[in-house]
Design a protein around this ligand. Structure first.
Ligand code: GLU
Length: 304
């Protein structure tokens, strides 16, 4: 399985720089990015389906009776799930994946309610029925699969490290002894640090942007989470004072979180991913991949 953004640090730097260009080019744009379209018109690479029937999906029945889709997302992860403070618009790869699913279920952008939910609250939001599905850097794990189901994976990345640009002591995960390492509560990276890096000092916040602020003010030494997320922070840092170091040291497969037992919805989304490779590529190319970094769409794992 290929990982995103593997390669040397120099390559990571190049990828981050390219991502920066992309993100600034797309930031606040009202142009032709898929986030303007699609599920809301425009030139998105997917159309709003008509007369969708999805027998046996309790989630779809609820969507129909509410006449809207409530989607859990992240709001502080540039390039993946990001809310523009000025316009209130959500953008990024995950947000486009979420809108593609909604469009395929027959719901355009005007019928989507995006609900920002931090890492630790995802399973409960799905179990409580607060959201219909969740798309936000959500790794498929056996532990989580005891509480909810996942469609996908639709993307693969791995845990990485973000430090200040002038840091010379942390070059990889081998250099974390005695270091304050920040991640989000309830995430796979904080769990990995606690379980497998016993000499590191874990620091937790609800959201990664709080970790990034702590890194910048010197109260932690590193931020750890998926490299795809960290590259967004590095490239969007207004002071250009952050860098991603090392290689990804886990494999994180992103899934769409949904209610446990809704096999009809899970199969629907898995079929969408399997049949919609061209759409996936267009979404990827216009968001995370607009730097020119090519990755393969992962094969869906249609577990029964
Ligand atoms: N993919 C990891 C996870 O699901 C880290 C990113 C996140 O917290 O959303 O825990």
């Amino acid at each position: 399985m290929r990982k995103l953004f593997t390669g040397r640090t120099a390559a990571l730097g190049a990828a981050a720089a390219a991502l920066a260009l992309t993100l600034s080019a797309c930031g606040g744009s009202s142009g032709s990015s898929p986030s303007d379209g699609a599920a809301g018109g425009g030139d998105a690479p997917y159309t709003v389906a008509k007369d969708v029937s999805l027998t046996g999906s309790a989630t779809f029945d609820k969507i129909k009776s509410n006449d809207k889709i409530r989607i859990g997302v992240k709001q502080d992860q540039p390039g993946l799930g990001f809310k523009d403070a000025a316009t209130g618009e959500f953008s990024g790869f995950d947000v486009e994946i979420a809108k593609w699913i909604a469009a395929s279920l027959g719901y355009d952008k005007s019928k989507i309610e995006f609900k920002p939910i931090p890492s630790a609250n995802r399973e409960s939001a799905i179990q409580n029925g607060d959201i219909d599905y969740y798309v936000g850097t959500y790794s498929i794990t056996d532990k989580r699969k005891k509480q909810i189901d996942f469609a996908g994976p639709y993307f693969v990345t791995g845990q990485g490290l973000l430090v200040k640009s002038d840091n010379t002591s942390i070059k990889s995960e081998k250099d974390l002894d005695g270091k304050k390492v920040c991640s989000a509560t309830g995430s796979t990276p904080i769990q990995n640090i606690k379980e497998n890096f016993k000499s590191a000092k874990p620091v937790e916040f609800e959201n990664y942007s709080q970790c990034v602020a702590a890194l910048k003010d010197g109260s932690v030494d590193a931020v750890t989470t998926d490299q795809a997320i960290l590259l967004g922070y590095a490239s969007q840092d207004p002071d250009k004072a952050l860098k991603v170091v090392g290689e990804p040291f886990t494999t994180e497969k992103y899934g769409v979180g949904m209610a446990k037992g809704d096999a009809a919805l899970r199969h629907f989304v898995n079929k969408l991913f399997t049949d919609g490779k061209d759409t996936w590529t267009k979404i990827y190319d216009s968001t995370l991949g607009s730097t020119g970094t090519k990755v393969q769409q992962p094969a869906v794992d249609d577990y029964k």
